[in-house]
Write a protein that binds this ligand. Structure first.
Ligand SMILES: C[S@@+](CC[C@H](N)C(=O)[O-])C[C@H]1O[C@@H](n2cnc3c(N)ncnc32)[C@H](O)[C@@H]1O
Length: 359
């Protein structure tokens, strides 16, 4: 292979070595995402959380897995700081902090869904590479189905942590209405994690979840039945631009407005479907106002999701794509073009911005 002809000055060796060191870290992180997903899927983390220090043979025996694989997996996990190793005893253990994040699905700090999502998204690479050439999209429903469950499990953690305790109280007068009994739409609800969390918290209110991905709606219906809230939660396949019903007190969009082909049309439909004095809550990934404000770990995650999933879905649906790291101004423009007159950032977390829109 010919040497690359370049107009660049010769590299600074120390900077080159430092960069290569970062790349090695990224190689390890990228491959280890699949291993973390394996640990989540096979219950390896859960078994470690329930036991004291274990050898590879004991962990394999507890989880019904093959010791030879478990032995290699444990080395990778200890190398990444996910578990700890006692060389004298030849045993590994999961520290309590890692146990909360990796083994406790009910915890607001649970990250297992993130690895499921990342592993599923990586499978889209051939399609997305081709899309760079053609400019075409890739619809949400064309991804590996693990993406839908991974998304549900990934986002559920932050909804558990913030939705009822922080986000709804940050909206003007909404908590009082939901407590008394209100009508709520959850547009782009996916598997309905947010809908079901709200239905549990506000038993006098009625909830209507809509999504244009039929398998997600089927899954959401089963989840509502399992959660015992199916009497006040309905899930229906619908486009955000034409979901049924009127007089909603609250219409929520959780991490989905930027995925839509016609976000202005969705905002317009929401504006028209609100009861007088109603509120739209738009939860979007954290992003900076200027491009360079996204050059951080959270911006790295969300801009990658934008390339692999959100932007291709919006293009598939006719675009223009807002992108996962859309600025407040870009979102405001879309929402106001849909007929709302007021738009503000009501609250935020390190991962999400929560906007309130009023007609
Ligand atoms: C990233 S997922 C978020 C799902 C869910 N809100 C959550 O937080 O778990 C985006 C969702 O938006 C849905 N979606 C995208 N465009 C839509 C549209 N035009 N109408 C209805 N749903 C749409 C997708 O099918 C997908 O379920």
């Amino acid at each position: 292979m010919d040497t690359l002809q370049t107009t660049q000055p010769p590299p600074d060796e120390a900077k080159l070595m430092a960069f290569l060191g970062r790349v090695v870290g990224d190689f390890g992180a990228a491959m280890s995402a699949a291993l973390a997903h394996i640990g989540d899927k096979l219950g390896l983390y859960r078994a470690m959380a329930q036991a004291g220090p274990l050898t590879s043979a004991e962990l394999a025996q507890r989880t019904g897995t093959a010791e030879r694989y478990v032995r290699e997996w444990l080395i990778n996990q200890a190398a990444g700081g996910y578990i700890e190793y006692d060389p004298a005893a030849g045993r590994y253990h999961l520290p309590p902090e890692q146990a909360v994040a990796l083994a406790d699905e009910a915890s607001p700090f649970f990250v297992g869904g993130g690895f499921q999502l990342v592993t599923a998204l990586a499978k889209a690479e051939p399609r997305i590479t081709e899309a760079f050439r053609t400019g075409e999209g890739m619809c949400w429903g064309e991804h590996d189905p693990e993406l839908f469950e991974g998304t549900e499990r990934f986002f559920r953690s932050s909804y558990l942590a913030h939705l009822v305790s922080d986000w709804i109280p940050a909206l003007d007068g909404v908590e009082t209405k939901l407590t008394a009994g209100a009508k709520v739409a959850d547009v782009g609800c996916g598997h309905g994690a947010s809908t079901i969390i709200m239905a549990r918290a506000y038993p006098h209110s009625r909830f209507f979840g809509f999504d244009n991905h039929a398998p997600s709606i089927e899954r959401a219906r089963r989840a509502a039945a399992e959660a015992g809230v199916a009497d006040r939660v309905t899930f229906e396949v619908a486009q955000a631009t034409e979901f049924p019903g009127s007089d909603y007190d609250l219409i929520a969009f959780f991490d989905c407005l930027h995925d839509m082909g016609d976000p202005t049309g969705a905002a317009r439909r929401a504006c028209g479907a609100l009861a007088p004095g109603g509120t739209a809550m738009i939860v979007e990934p954290m992003a900076g106002e200027r491009t360079e404000e996204n050059f951080n770990p959270v911006g790295r995650v969300y801009s990658a999701a934008s390339v692999l999933c959100c932007t291709p879905n919006a293009i598939c649906a006719g675009g223009p794509a807002l992108g996962t790291v859309a600025s407040d101004q870009a979102l405001r423009d879309v929402v106001l073009a849909g007929g709302f007159t007021r738009f503000r950032r009501a609250t935020q977390t390190p991962f999400n911005r929560v906007f309130e829109a009023r007609a």
